[in-house]
Design a protein around this ligand. Structure first.
Ligand code: MUC
Ligand code: MG
Length: 373
């Protein structure tokens, strides 16, 4: 059998509207921008992947435009002609020739896995060693910017049995306002839901010391990235003092970051994101570091569409313990789809397809319609 070679790699920027404005501390999304990766191979198989971030350059150090440019100018020529089935060799080459760029690498690694799964007739989760669950619990983010609206949204989600874990985005408003907002929601939902917060690095340590006590004492289950990723000593102190567990999100921009956070004792939970680690295989290396150190796991999102969401899900479903569940709700935040059969959510869970590859096909017409011209 002749071995399949990589023929081309392309990136398409797609802008999709959101169901409502989604307010994070650093950016309000009115639409989400996905970068769709297509990897074509000489055996006729195409792998698809996604490299998506939040708010242009507001969240990380790659933007949709820089991801596309770097794929077109650098990553595509590096990969052309390589054996499509050797994912180790392809990713080692990219790591050797390109520093950082984990968002771009994540979409590429996802596309390589999708292609290989289609080639072998196996779901990506099986290529990653095999799934140990069939579905994943999925949290929802309440981020309308209004307390009453957030409560109404949470009630709808509980009623529809879609989500029973809620993450509140805070940090940009005055601290007292944010604490009132969170406690009002927790009081309303009580034990019917797990309520968590994500501060996206917006507090300083002095604010965080107080806020983490108040939140922990009032039933908030988890506090995500309260202070800047650069204040490592502060994160260690906070991890010791907070009444609720601290989760690292922005602090992890690579597998190496995960190792040094674990070594310093800077968080008791890690948010796993394929985009920030460099792909579904790379994120499992971070998970293994956490597991070895007794750090709990959470399946995070960069608000990807269906492709990035399932690429994440195929990795997360191979993990024995996801103590804090996942937040793989990205497709549900969008009003439009670019795949033929979107992921299925039922009974608070995302069902992970058992079909070859990621289990998705592009809807060419819709992709062309929403692709940035
Ligand atoms: C983040 O910081 O975790 C995840 C859910 C959400 O609403 O925003 C993202 C980013
Ligand atoms: Mg976060």
């Amino acid at each position: 059998m002749t071995q399949a070679l990589i023929e081309s790699l392309t990136a398409t920027i797609v802008d999709l509207p959101t169901i409502r404005p989604h307010q994070l501390a650093m950016h309000t999304l009115q639409r989400q921008t996905l970068v769709i990766i297509r990897l074509r191979c000489s055996d006729g198989i195409e792998g698809i992947g996604e490299s998506t971030t939040i708010g242009g350059l507001a969240y990380g150090n790659e933007s949709p435009e820089s991801i596309k440019q770097n794929i077109d100018s650098h990553f595509a020529p590096m990969l052309r002609g390589l054996p499509a089935s050797n994912i180790n060799a392809a990713m080692h080459k990219l790591d050797l020739l390109a520093k950082g760029n984990n968002f771009a690498k994540s979409g590429i690694e996802s596309a390589l896995l999708d292609a290989q799964g289609k080639r072998l007739g196996l779901p990506v989760s099986e290529l990653l060693g095999g799934r140990v669950h069939d579905s994943l619990e999925v949290a929802w983010t309440l981020a309308s910017g209004n307390t009453a609206r957030d409560i109404a949204e949470a009630e709808q989600m509980l009623e529809a049995r879609r989500h029973r874990i809620f993450k509140l985005k805070i940090g940009a408003k005055p601290l007292a306002h944010d604490l009132r907002h969170v406690l009002a929601i927790k009081q309303e939902l009580g034990d019917r839901a797990s309520v968590r917060v994500d501060v996206n690095q917006y507090w300083d340590e002095s604010q965080a010391i107080h806020a983490c006590q108040v939140l922990g004492a009032n039933g908030i289950d988890l506090i995500e990235q309260p202070i800047a990723r650069t204040n490592r000593a502060g994160q260690v102190r906070l991890n010791l003092r907070s009444l609720a567990p601290i989760m690292a999100d922005e602090s992890i921009e690579s597998v190496e970051d995960a190792f040094s956070l674990a070594a310093d004792g800077a968080a008791s939970v890690f948010a796993l994101k394929i985009a920030k680690n460099g792909g579904p295989r790379a994120v499992l290396r971070t998970a293994q570091i956490a597991e070895a150190c007794g750090i709990a796991l959470y399946g995070g999102t960069m608000l990807e569409g269906s492709i990035g969401t399932l690429a994440s899900a195929h990795a997360f479903i191979t993990l024995k313990h996801l103590t804090w569940g996942t937040e793989l709700f990205g497709p549900l935040l969008l009003t439009e789809e670019i795949v033929t059969e979107p992921p299925v959510y039922r009974d608070f869970q995302l069902l992970v397809p058992n079909t070859p590859g990621l289990g998705l096909s592009l809807d060419e017409e819709r992709l062309a319609h929403f692709a940035r011209k």
